[in-house]
Design a protein. Structure first.
Length: 112
């Protein structure tokens, strides 16, 4: 059995300049654990595959296409392929969420 403590996986470089750690990576899917400190955000971008987000801790604003919504812990958000999306932590506490990409992308995410 393989287990991963997401809080101990070293962060990877990313165009958003935030703490992001790849905690699952197989030929079929990929999961990234993202931590946004208060005031941080992800840059608006497009992912070439379907994505879903799962909020682990905190409250944030997710924007997908023309929709924006504040979400909190234990919320799953669907984000279809090739639709612009981003996240904002406008609160006073840490926001942590998982990003699951299915299938595992072979193209890079594009900032817009």
């Amino acid at each position: 059995m393989k287990t991963v403590d997401a809080r101990t996986v070293p962060p990877m470089e990313n165009p958003h300049g935030v703490k992001a750690s790849r905690i699952y990576d197989t030929p079929h899917a990929q999961v990234v654990h993202i931590t946004l400190e208060p005031g941080q955000s992800l840059k608006r971008h497009v992912t070439p595959v379907d994505v879903f987000f799962y909020v682990v801790e905190g409250t944030g604003v997710v924007e997908i296409g023309d929709e924006k919504k504040e979400v909190g812990p234990d919320t799953l958000i669907d984000s279809p392929a090739k639709i612009p999306h981003c996240w904002y932590n406008e609160g006073d506490s840490v926001l942590r969420f998982l990003v699951a990409k299915v299938p595992r992308p072979v193209e890079s995410t594009k900032l817009i």
